[in-house]
Design a protein around this ligand. Sequence first.
Ligand code: BG6
Length: 499
Amino acid sequence: MKVEIKGGKRMTLKKDFLWGGAVAANQYEGGYNEGGRGLSTFDAVTGGGYKKPRKVTYQTSDGTIGEVPVDSTMTGKVPEHTFGYIKENTFYPSHQATDFYHHYKEDIALMAEMGFKCLRMSISWSRICPKGMYEINEEGLQFYDEVFDELLKYQIEPVVTINHFDMPMYLADHYDGWSSREVIDFFVFYAKTVFERYKNKVKYWMTFNEINVLSGWCQIGVHDNNPQNLYQAHHHIFVASAKAVQIGHQINPDNKIGMMVSYTPSYPMTCLPEDVMEAIEFNRQKEFYMDVQVKGYYPEYQLKKFERDDISIHMEKDDLEIIKNGTVDYIGFSYYMSTVSSTDPNAEKTEGNQFIASKNPYLKTSDWGWTVDPLGLRIALNQIYDRYHIPVFIVENGLGAPDVIESDGSINDEYRINYLRDHIKAMKQAVDIDGVDLMGYTPWGCIDIVSAGTGEMKKRYGFVYVERYDDGTGDFSRKKKKSFEWYKKVIQSHGDLLD
Ligand code: BG6
């Protein structure tokens, strides 16, 4: 008997596909001591450069000033019982960043001109709760009210990350950040405050940015990064996120609340089974976080790893139940590159987004050593969707590159157009050919911002250039790059006009 299976309707990007861009407060907003904002960890992190680590400046209880380098994996070890400290005559990029605080109207108008349907941005925790605790800064809430109103004026949906790499400094200084269980309640209070306040303005949320790479003093306020401490801190973050998801759904059942993971697929260097196993293990470093936040439980392979590594996670009675009941509605992820796993200790290495791994001999790398792999984005989309079957959202993608202003004032960032074009093509294939349920695409640093890994302005991602430089000079004026008009056409044509 002949069985005929009729093909369904060919999928294309959804009508309400969220084209836009992405930024984060600690790299973009500035205004670090304005409007009642409290200090955040990144305010004590200096500028750096490629292979020139940023530094955390701190003070001990007897007043001694010190500093410690933070490498691009963000794992600098800040001595215990020290306090974040801002030194005179030192350049801290987050203090003004690229000054969204004073330029938000101009920036949002530029985003509207490109046709953005959404802006992914984060709220600075210490702008809302200056010490990260139960005191609310009304002026901070008003600032984001104005930003959201401005976005909505142009029908741009805010997509809000509640915590993107910024820890109120007070919590790092006095609680050792997420090492302390008390921080769960502080975070939940903050999350509830913003869910309630922006109930009628924001529908799309993510709890923590790149939860799978969170570590160290700058990102989570933890002084000692040993695995026991780090996994305990991550457990607290899981519980806090799950509680926030439940509260966010109660406050507004229409809220779509996602998790956010840094997704770098790893290929085995060869078909040697040991290399394949190595790749499986590398990939588990992100699957673990998705398993907990999407499936709602700690997966077996991770529990076995804890056993082997002698890690014991202290859990309270209801924690697992909270995690089970606080699963997310979608998976947001960043994709910049793929990597390679190899058991060969001599395999050539290259830089990556907060890690160093083996180099792929078939692919080129960016000026910062990140592997460029557009097809890897389609692979990532397939891997994620096949495993979890909930909507996915590409909330970061892009090429960090040095831009040059030509004598006629133009900025011809063809390299960025090429990178984005190839990735958008791969993303469309994942939808058209593979049937992935994709919510949107928000290229990173759509208006130039400070690099998280290196603290540089030189490493730029935007469609809009900001006159700000690594020596702290620049008047923050904005200039459209060539990619500005290109991306505008891409959005206008719903991803059809790419060339
Ligand atoms: C992601 C982060 O890891 O990568 C961003 O979510 C970061 O905050 C982005 O900026 C790009 O990394 P970098 O180091 O080039 O800024």
